[in-house]
Design a protein around this ligand. Structure first.
Ligand SMILES: Nc1ncnc2c1ncn2[C@@H]1O[C@H](CSCC[C@H]([NH3+])C(=O)O)[C@@H](O)[C@H]1O
Ligand SMILES: COc1ccc(-c2cc(=O)c3ccc(O)c(O)c3o2)cc1
Length: 346
């Protein structure tokens, strides 16, 4: 790998490093390394879930991230057949160091007092309601982003972060997946924020007329962009009509049920015969692994701590969502990035 390619991978260690440390802190709080020590042998996911009082769904994602990083091992239980309990988890030299009588307290103290520490907490996980830092004032997840109410300064930073992400991810999409944009006359970027991505796409593919669609408070702050019309609305109600819809970094914020609602609205917006939905999001590779697998799993931990029921999805989970939302087929193109491109057809 050349220096630049290595840098593109390495940077994620630093960008998502806080999430990784937050999860390690959280499993110590849950007492997971201690529970394994007491059990004194391999444990299935449901045994672990019962021992630490954390729902199996989130615990599965946490263990997937930790085993990838050498904290705990996942092994095949050859005495059983194809169900999730086919696997069991056991300790590694690293996880043995995370008990409360070894390095556990050392890690916890670095995160500061519980009232001030951000990210995942044992309490949130045990409640099964998700963490949802950014939906802090929201009664449920199907509410508009309400970052303004949480902290205006943080909201400003979050806007810069989104612009920076859109620039990076759209560059990868343009370089590695240009074919997806052939023949599209009108493209709507749903949740396109201030229009960075659609602005870059209409410049790279000048035959496209772009629509940037986002919440009214976001569109109100967007500047004019050549070839792009800004439209405000709510994707849970309707999406502007176009030949194709793009959803970049949208679906990973929402539960399966709300993703299906969004996908159905997108399907209504495109022609049934030649329309498509272009999803740009991570695909978790549970079987294989590439240089970005660690970053995708760390992003899943960030999404777990930042949203109520969002998650990064495996290819099987994506297929299931698209199928339930009424799409007949889809293709996947991997980029040299955290994200992949899924093209879904009515
Ligand atoms: N109900 C909604 N309708 C339309 N846009 C929404 C809705 N809820 C959240 N959003 C927007 O969805 C975006 C998610 S962040 C992703 C931004 C951009 N696509 C990127 O990849 O960088 C934000 O700009 C939100 O304002
Ligand atoms: C209020 O505290 C937070 C809110 C949001 C996030 C956050 C971080 C991040 O990397 C990310 C990535 C993608 C995405 O769709 C997000 O919503 C997102 O949120 C962290 C802390």
């Amino acid at each position: 790998m050349d220096e630049e390619a290595r840098a593109n991978v390495e940077i994620w260690k630093y960008a998502l490093g806080f999430a990784a440390m937050g999860v390690v802190k959280c499993v110590i709080e849950l007492g997971l390394p201690d529970a394994m020590e007491i059990h004194d042998g391999p444990m299935t996911l449901s045994q672990l879930s019962a021992a630490v009082g954390c729902p199996a769904g989130s615990l599965h994602r946490i263990m997937r991230f930790l085993t990838h990083n050498g904290i705990f091992k996942k092994e095949l239980n050859l005495s059983k057949s194809q169900d999730p309990e086919t696997f069991y988890y056991s300790q590694t030299a690293l996880s043995r160091l995370l008990t409360r009588d070894k390095m556990g307290p050392f890690v916890l103290v670095q995160a500061g007092p519980p009232s001030q520490s951000a990210g995942l907490t044992a309490k949130d996980l045990k409640s099964g309601k998700g963490s949802g830092v950014k939906h802090i004032n929201a009664p449920s997840e199907d509410i508009f982003w309400n970052m303004f109410e949480v902290d205006p300064a943080f909201y400003k930073l979050f806007q810069q972060f989104l612009a920076c992400h859109a620039k990076m991810a759209t560059t990868a999409v343009i370089n590695y997946c240009p074919k997806a944009f052939e023949g599209i006359r009108c493209l709507v970027d749903v949740g396109g924020h201030k229009g960075m991505a659609i602005g870059m796409l209409v410049k790279a593919f000048p035959w496209i007329r772009g629509i940037n669609f986002d919440l009214p408070n976001v569109i109100a702050g967007a500047s004019p962009i050549d070839g792009v019309e800004h439209v405000s609305g709510n994707m849970f109600e309707s999406v502007p009509k176009a030949d194709a819809v793009m959803l970049m970094w949208i679906l990973h914020d929402w539960s399966d049920d709300l993703c299906i609602d969004i996908l159905k609205k997108c399907k209504e917006a495109i022609p049934a015969d030649k329309g498509k939905v272009i999803i740009v999001d991570a695909i978790i590779d549970e079987e294989g692994c590439d240089e970005y697998t660690g970053a995708r799993l760390a992003m899943d931990m960030t999404i777990m701590s930042a949203t109520v029921k969002g998650k990064e999805r495996t290819d099987k989970e994506w297929a299931q969502l698209l199928n339930i939302a009424g799409f007949s087929r889809h293709t996947i193109k991997h980029l040299k990035a955290i994200e992949s491109v899924i093209e879904a057809y009515p």
